[in-house]
Design a protein around this ligand. Structure first.
Ligand code: PMP
Length: 361
């Protein structure tokens, strides 16, 4: 068996230890006589698993009292629409900070449900920079401010949590959750699709300040209502039990790695190694993103001659590196460095890049 060095943007690499544990337990889990996938979510064993995963996530992120944790489905995309449905009425407005593809999509999906205003955008820089905070035009009375701390495709990230006063801050953390410690108390709502730093796709983790659960929103089916999911411990209907199980194993693995402080240090080192190699390549490789806005999770880069792209991709794949092709919206290459990508993988990639540059320079 050969597992490649996997730089996929998502679904992304999972910790090998988690996959091995799942493999071991696949046919018979925890004395139950069946796979975890074959058991009722209402059974004692699964309920205990669910509570344990939530407790681990709360510990990892140091979630303060007064926040509800939900394990939902629908991908982050469904929640682009469901968040405005729940947090605002049709006559309300909300502010969106757009710093890349996913922020654009969040506004578009919110627009049928409220007045979704673009309070700041960096589209004029091709999303290579962040819009300066003093240029944001936040509107009085906004139901919330939405932003994307890490834009997966453009590789642009906020290092600091923006100050938006008393308005609840809503963050799509799909591609940076659990990558370093964060101050959850600064947020009204955090949500993330699981398939980068949590587990397999098909699961969405949401952390929501309790007072926001009480917002009336509008008439809608219970299945769309976060307060109903909360009242039913995320078991209003059948949850993604397999995703929840793997998320729990990932949280346990993260605790074993020393928690988010340790992950943050490793992630800074991984990103520093790769950006260092790009910047030190004498122009053979280039990172187009404004230095202070560079993401630690997703590193887009270009080759000085795009005619070499095909050779880079073919040779890197032969050398055991997976998924380095950039998103078609930006072209070039992209290496995603989520938690499950070890420093060794980045060191090997950098070695390959230097060697490629020597051979093709
Ligand atoms: N937001 C961000 C930041 C993402 O990276 C992605 C997926 N790559 C999404 C939202 C959409 O997630 P999903 O496909 O799970 O709906």
């Amino acid at each position: 068996m050969t597992r490649a060095w996997n730089f996929s943007a998502g679904p992304a690499a999972l910790p090998e230890a988690v996959l091995r544990r799942a493999q071991q337990e696949l046919l018979e889990w925890n004395g139950s006589g069946a796979s975890v996938m074959e058991l009722s979510h209402r059974g004692k064993r699964f309920m205990a698993l669910a509570a344990d995963a939530e407790a681990r996530l709360r510990r990892l992120l140091d979630v303060p009292d007064g926040y509800t944790v939900l394990f939902l489905q629908g991908g982050a995309t469904q929640h682009f629409a469901q968040i405005p449905m729940n947090l605002a009425g049709p006559e309300d407005h909300a502010d969106y900070i757009v710093t890349g593809h996913w922020g654009e999509k969040a506004v578009r999906e919110a627009a049928p449900y409220l007045d979704a205003r673009v309070a700041a955008t960096s589209v004029d820089t091709d999303y290579l920079r962040l819009p300066p905070r003093d240029a944001w035009v936040l509107s009085p009375g906004a139901a919330y401010v939405h932003y994307t701390p890490n834009e997966t495709i453009h590789g642009v990230a906020f290092r600091d949590i923006p100050d938006v006063g008393d308005v609840p801050l809503v963050a799509d953390m799909s591609s940076n959750i659990l990558s370093e410690p964060i101050d959850v108390s600064r947020f009204g709502l955090i949500y993330a699709g699981a398939q980068k730093n949590i587990g397999p796709s098909g699961l969405v983790v949401m952390i929501m300040r309790d007072d926001l659960l009480a917002r009336a929103g509008r008439p809608m089916a219970n299945i769309f209502r976060y307060a109903e999911h909360a009242a039913n411990d995320s078991m209003l209907n059948t949850p993604n039990t397999w995703g929840w199980y793997l998320a729990g194993l990932t949280f346990e693995w993260l605790e074993g790695q020393g928690g988010l402080a340790a992950m943050g240090q490793t992630n800074a080192r991984k990103a520093g190694t790769l950006y260092g190699a790009i910047d030190g390549s004498g122009g053979f490789y280039r990172s187009p993103v404004d230095v202070p806005a560079r993401s630690r999770m997703n590193v887009p880069f270009t080759l000085h001659d795009p005619a070499l792209d095909a050779a880079f991709l073919a040779e890197s794949e032969d050398a055991g590196f997976l998924a380095l092709k950039g998103h078609k919206a930006v072209g070039g290459m992209r290496a995603s460095l989520y938690n499950a990508v070890p420093l060794d993988a980045v060191n090997e990639l950098v070695k390959f890049m230097r060697d490629f540059a020597t051979r093709h320079g």
